[in-house]
Design a protein around this ligand. Structure first.
Ligand code: SF4
Length: 372
């Protein structure tokens, strides 16, 4: 069911140092650039508020490292949002934090401003791996970060974990899984390391597990999460009952959102667009770049297949006023024989299928493109 509400993403493009694997847009901040950025961000938030009266029911402050903001800086952002938009009661308001920073005061201030969910970049519970990743924290810092969030009154915490790390194996992953489960967070996001061009890992001589070993790690993680009572609701996401990420769900459900800040993407009024990865251009008032129209059939199929609820035939028909192409269902039935998906009144991927979701999605969409 779609509604008129919007999601709001705010990008904080600051990091003290770059992690070795990271491809997100961020710079090392100076006081002067931080000040100018927050001013520009607030101006842009106000401009968006003048453009739409649609209320906000999820807000996500990501980065970068939002926990590098001072309380005053965060308060300025919230002030701009609340004076420009209707931030609905009960809105899910998430902020990303990094373990290892002195975050107790930051979190208390954030909660006072309305934050009710945090996402913590734990990544691994193995000291060696954290060091290779170039993280600034150790395993104890992650425990302290969760405690600080609980002490601040946060009842909805997500933790990130990475798999396919250099020199990792089932034992190192087990250590990380045990460590992350011991944090007792409501939500866990898992990412497979991808060595991106231009990152420090791209230039380092690292040895990552091959595809088969990475697949084994993914299955190991999925099994452990299920055993611990987490629902595998999206390819990379696991949640306790009632704790799916409402903000991230809107990306997969094709609900609209505005993203503000360099590199932030939006889906608004049927169009997709983004700000360039350049903080100076953003401060100078650069326009967003059009990235095509969103919401078509192919995009719907691709996004729904990311979710465990899958691609429901009746919902597809209600949205597009036509039945799902029977050839897609036939193709899915042939993949079902290989244990990659389930077909009943919908098509949904199994854990094994989620691991090769890109290939499955292109195979199924190939049916539509045959006609073009
Ligand atoms: S802290 Fe996060 S955003 Fe910053 S460099 Fe590390 S992974 Fe990237």
């Amino acid at each position: 069911m779609t509604n008129n509400n919007l999601g709001l993403y705010i990008h904080i493009p600051f990091c003290k140092k770059k992690c070795n694997y990271c491809d997100f847009y961020s710079v090392v901040p100076t006081d002067s650039i931080k000040k100018r950025y927050i001013e520009s961000l607030c101006t842009e938030i106000k401009k968006w508020g003048e453009r739409t009266a649609r209320p906000i029911d999820t807000m996500y402050i990501g980065g970068g490292t939002p926990s590098l903001l001072s309380h005053n800086e965060l308060a300025l952002i919230f002030g701009a949002v609340r004076s420009s938009f209707t931030l609905l009661d009960g809105a899910e308001i998430t902020v990303e934090i990094n373990p290892g920073d002195n975050i107790a005061d930051f979190l208390k201030g954030a909660v006072a401003l309305g934050v009710n969910r945090v996402s913590i970049g734990v990544q691994s519970c193995n000291e060696n791996e954290l060091c290779v990743l170039g993280r600034r924290h150790n395993t104890e810092d992650a425990v302290c970060a969760v405690k600080a969030a609980r002490n601040a009154g946060i009842k909805n915490i997500s933790a990130d974990i990475m798999i396919g790390l250099p020199d990792s194996n089932s034992q190192t992953l087990e250590q990380s899984i045990d460590g992350i489960l011991a944090l007792e967070t409501e939500h866990i996001s898992a990412y497979i390391l991808k060595v991106e061009e231009g990152t420090p890992f791209d230039k380092m001589n690292i040895s990552v597990p091959n595809d088969d070993k990475t697949a084994e790690q993914y299955m190991q993680l999925c099994n452990a999460m299920r055993k611990a009572g987490y629902e595998h609701y999206e390819i990379s996401n696991f949640a306790k009952k009632g704790y799916q990420s409402r903000h991230n769900n809107r990306y997969w459900l094709q609900e609209e959102y505005i993203g503000i800040g360099p590199s932030a993407h939006s889906f608004f009024d049927g169009k997709r667009f983004f700000y360039e990865r350049d903080i100076n251009a953003f401060i100078d008032g650069a326009e967003t770049v059009f990235d095509g129209f969103g919401g078509d059939q192919a995009e719907y199929i691709m996004l729904r297949l990311r979710l465990n609820t899958g691609l429901n035939f009746k919902e597809f028909e209600a949205k597009f006023n036509k039945s799902l192409d029977a050839r897609i269902i036939d193709k899915a039935k042939s993949l079902e024989k290989h244990g990659l998906c389930r077909v009943n009144d919908s098509i949904s991927l199994t854990d094994k299928g989620m691991l090769v979701s890109n290939t499955i999605i292109s195979t199924l969409l190939g049916v539509i493109y045959e006609d073009i």
